[in-house]
Design a protein around this ligand. Structure first.
Ligand code: HPA
Length: 274
């Protein structure tokens, strides 16, 4: 843990030397959503391979680049491409960027992802604002020694997704002319997709969407005292009674097409930040 903490500090120091401003908002983009931060007037773009201690994303639909800039006058640090447990990264590696953001002073974290729709009222291309999650990965980024200066041993998860940000996201979407859904995200380890029985189980458990990311970063963010907003692009609908093969290409395409909606929400919530 000491080594990990030192690596976080080293990376944060490196970035501080390169950043023009201290970032307030951190963004982690998911599958097919890297382009969602292209409208950021970026004053810095760094490939992960140039950043000390940064893991390198192995998923092709993830760009692997950190960008920093301004959105509606607020400083934003965005990671285009994230790390997943299913790639073989540990929970600590997956949440390394969140810890670096914490060290840099980020207080608001926006996490985006592509997700399968469990709620059959949803349609492909919908945006679901995450209201809550169920961590079904079987692991936790806080397992092991607790770094007291980072957060509590037993962080409260009653407000894991900030209610104010959920409202802010909904009204931002409305102002931009589209409606969003809200719901519960099931975070699985992956990479195998859900069987119909698993989908039925998730539905019974009250989940509206499912994916292989976000819950690790949310937990680390909450532990760090950040307000967290989660946005899922529903890229496919999983009906256990009429199961269809999930096409990864179609998932990426649907996610890419939704990027402007995510941008609109992001601009809107940044505008409303205190
Ligand atoms: N399951 C898990 N992750 C996903 C899905 C899915 O159906 N679609 C996009 N990401």
């Amino acid at each position: 843990m000491e080594e990990y903490g030192a690596a976080v500090m080293e990376t944060a120091d490196f970035l501080r030397d390169h950043l023009v401003v201290v970032p307030e908002v951190g963004v982690l983009t998911g599958t097919g959503l890297s382009a969602s931060m292209d409208s950021l007037g970026a004053d810095l773009a760094l490939d992960y391979s140039k950043i000390p201690n940064f893991p390198v994303s192995t998923v092709e639909s993830h760009r692997g680049r950190l960008v920093s800039g301004f959105l509606n006058g607020r400083s934003v640090l965005a990671m285009q491409g994230r790390f997943h447990l299913y790639e073989g990264y540990s929970p600590l590696e997956v949440t390394f960027p969140v810890r670096v953001m914490q060290a840099l002073g980020v207080t608001c974290l926006v996490v985006t992802n592509a997700a399968g729709g469990i709620n059959l009222d949803f349609s492909e291309g919908d945006i679901m604002v995450i209201r809550d999650h169920i961590n079904l990965t079987g692991t936790n980024p806080l397992a092991g020694p607790n770094k007291e200066d980072w957060g509590d041993r037993f962080p409260d998860m009653a407000h894991a997704y900030d209610a104010g940000l959920v409202e802010s996201a909904k009204s931002a979407a409305q102002r931009a002319g589209f409606a969003v859904r809200t719901g519960v995200y099931a975070g699985l380890l992956g990479p195998s997709l859900e069987t119909p029985a698993e989908t039925r189980f998730l539905k019974m458990a009250g989940c509206d969407a499912v994916g292989f990311s976000t819950v690790m970063e949310n937990i680390a963010g909450v532990h760090a005292g950040m307000k967290v907003l989660g946005l899922s692009v529903i890229t496919n609908i999983n009906d256990p009674d009429a199961p269809e093969k999930v096409s990864v290409e179609a998932v990426i395409k649907t996610a890419e097409n939704a990027a402007p909606k995510l941008d609109a929400i992001l601009r809107g919530i940044v505008e409303q930040l205190p």
